[in-house]
Design a protein around this ligand. Sequence first.
Ligand code: SF4
Length: 380
Amino acid sequence: MDQFKQLVENRHAYAQSWKARTGGKVLGWYEPYFPEELAYAAGILPVRLLARHEPDDRSEKWMYAACYPARDILNQFLKGRYDYLDGMVTVEGCQWMYHAFESTLRSRPEFWNHYLFLPDYTDAPTSKTVLRSELQVFQEKLEAWTGRTVTDADLDWAIEVYNKNRLLLRQIYELRRAQEPVILGSEMMHLILADQVMDKAEMNEILERFLEELEQRTPHRDCIRLMLIGSETSDAALEEMAESLGANVVVDELDTGSSYFWNNVLPQKDRLMALALRYLGRPHNPIKDNNWRRRPQHIFELYEDFSADGVIIAKQIYCHLHGTDNYAVWKLLRERNIPYLFFERDTTLPEEETRLRLESFLTVVRQGATHVCGWHKTLA
Ligand code: SF4
């Protein structure tokens, strides 16, 4: 499994070697609703921009008091870590990520870029036609950039590769439902993060081999089963800490975790509409979960399906999206007597404080207590 952790750590080198091997372009993307299939169909490698935990001595001039993932990505751009990228794209979403995108462009105006509009009201009657027309514009722009026409056959191929990738991830993920799972939460998180920075056709081969390896593994016994929800992350530090205390994160609802691959594209003759429906129908993060409020119920279903014993909510400091949505999530968890622990995290986890709080929480969960932990119980 070390291979996945290493892939995440060496992602810049991987993208550069991919470029040298294939002669293709590499496109960085910021927001979880980015329809990668379209870029992949044009022969481009889409890579998710992830934070890296490097000392940030550059971004403050451009962004003040923003969340750590947005600041860190900008910091990496300003340090030249992403110099190999040929372009970047963002999708209508979180304002901090947009701020990072815009600041990068101001510092690097020569970058090819695109801003893709995706309606916030994903289930409004007009949303699918609006997004379909946005995808059409994006496709034409990609064609002009690469000098290559994206055919239906290209789109079918890209959709097939991505659907297979999601299926493989799902197969591995489902193994965590077992009472004694063969895969740890930290391993799974590294795997999903690696998936987001790699060529999916190459990753599919690795995942197929990995599935076979998993059959030979010894299960992890007697772990407290946890669920992890909250803001995106770029590492598995929290999962590793839980494992060192006798717990295992068996399910998550993160944009950088299960939400990334949870639903497939359902092929149809109108390929762009098929893509539009997939991205409008994926598990929503707070900014897109407006009309019908599907997120709390999705969290609860995952919690039940994976037989979790408690929930960790980890929010990035200054993440206004999750800060606002947490009230609905806390309400749901309290109503259903689900124990939970709330953290805020910044560049790195404060090691001792986090360990102490997690340890206390696990003691409560171990005793089968079903009450709310932490200062926010006063908000009940
Ligand atoms: S952590 Fe929150 S505020 Fe920061 S980019 Fe992600 S969604 Fe936006």
